[in-house]
Structure formats: C-alpha cells, structure tokens
Write a protein that binds this ligand. Structure first.
Ligand SMILES: [Fe+2]
Ligand SMILES: [Fe+2]
Length: 235
C-alpha cells in the first residue's frame, strides 16, 4: 500500500485552488491519504466545507486526526461529523484497519519532551493541563491496543519526539508536542509515526526505541527542494 501523508493545510476558501491541484496529483500517486490535523485555519465550518469539496475528488480512503486549529472555533465535533459524513475516518483515540495495515490516531497534546516534560504538581491548573496530555496519551494507547494488524501506523497532530520540532525556536518546543506519546509508540512497536503542527521543524526523527517519526506539516514539505505538498510511504 502506498500512503500519502500531510498535515497543516490550514484550509481557507482562498487556498481552494492550490489544494485542489495537490489533491488531483495525489489521486494517481497514493492508495490512502493521512491528514494529520490543522485541516482548517480557524476551525470554521465554511473552511471544512470547501476543504471537503476538494478532498472528495481524490476518491481514495482518507484517515484524519484534528489539530489545535480545528478546535479554535469550538466546532470540533461538527467538523468531525462533516468529515465522517463524507466517508473520512476521523480518529480520536481510535483505530482503523485497511488491507492489513492498522492506523491509530489521536490529536495529542503539548507538554514537552524528555527531562522537560511538565509533571502534575502544584496548582490545580497545572494538574488539569498535564491531565489533558495524559488523556491524549491514554487515547493513543487505547487506539493501538484495538488494532489487530501486525503493521501499525501512528497519526497525531502534536509531535511525539523533539527531533522533528528542531528548527522551531527552542523556547516553544514544549508547546509543540509531548514525549509521552513516544513511549506509547515504542511500547506498541508501530512501524512509523506521522505528525504535523511544527511548521518549521525537521522532516525526520526517531523515538528512543528507534521508531521513525515524520513531520508532514505542509509548510515544511513545501520548503523542501523540490517542494512536495505530501510525503509518500510504501508499507
Ligand atoms: Fe498548523
Ligand atoms: Fe497545529
């Protein structure tokens, strides 16, 4: 199976033409498309509506997670429903299997990496924040446990490793992802993980357990030479 992956389309009606061209090319190149969050720019239903209009032309299975921008308008459930109605598999702590490949996805959360991981200590606000990070980790764990396939691919919006956020200002690393996600990826021996969110990060990294992690944020992919709006994987 040839999988195409991208994230951070930040779709607005103004970007319709650009995205439509990308989608037309993609149809001939891939068997399945992964969208790793920030599909809309401000989480508006109009943005999702026009994005779906251009997406549906590709007629290949689409597996997606939402990103923080999709939450911005407080309409994340409505956006999910719109996608599901069009046949997109929206993963939120859930899995999807196709042709022997399992996909486990969740949005993920921020919180830092390695020794910089924020812990639940002190004020209730800090504990609530850390709990959100732990909840997303547990959702990924649940999604992976549900898959019966030998090959499993992980999809998050936030980064699971620090490697793929390098390139961004170091001060904001803790807001770009959570190392807790990588522990789950290692435990379940995924074949690889994809994420977005760090628009100016690095293309590739690895978990401590050696599992490849790919940042498929579209602005990052487009900054390559030659620019390519998505990344292809043969599994
Ligand atoms: Fe983004
Ligand atoms: Fe994001």
């Amino acid at each position: 199976m040839r999988i195409a992956a991208l994230a951070d389309l930040h779709f607005s009606p103004q970007s319709y033409d650009r995205i439509r061209d990308v989608m037309t090319r993609l149809r001939d190149e891939a068997d399945l498309l992964i969208l790793a969050g920030d599909l809309t720019n401000l989480g508006k239903t109009e943005e999702m509506e026009s994005m779906l209009a251009s997406l549906m032309r590709i007629r290949i299975p689409i597996v997606a997670v939402l990103g923080n921008h999709d939450y911005e308008g407080g309409k994340q459930e409505e956006l999910s429903k719109m996608m599901t109605t069009e046949g997109v598999k929206v993963l939120d702590g859930s899995g999807y299997e196709r042709e022997g490949i399992g996909f486990a996805g969740t949005k993920g959360f921020l919180g830092g990496f390695g020794r910089g991981v924020l812990t639940a200590f002190g004020e209730p606000e800090v504990k609530a924040f850390v709990q959100s990070s732990l909840d997303e980790t547990l959702k990924l764990e649940r999604a992976l446990s549900m898959l019966r396939t030998e090959k499993r691919v992980v999809i998050t919006h936030y980064a699971p490793v620090v490697d793929t956020v390098r390139g961004e200002p170091e001060q904001i690393f803790p807001y770009l992802g959570s190392g807790r996600l990588a522990e789950v990826i290692d435990r379940h021996q995924a074949i690889f993980a994809v994420h977005g969110h760090a628009h100016h990060g690095a293309l590739e990294g690895k978990t401590t357990g050696g599992i490849p992690v790919y940042n498929v944020a579209m602005p990052l992919l487009m900054a390559r030479t030659p620019p390519a709006p998505y990344r292809l994987f043969d599994v």
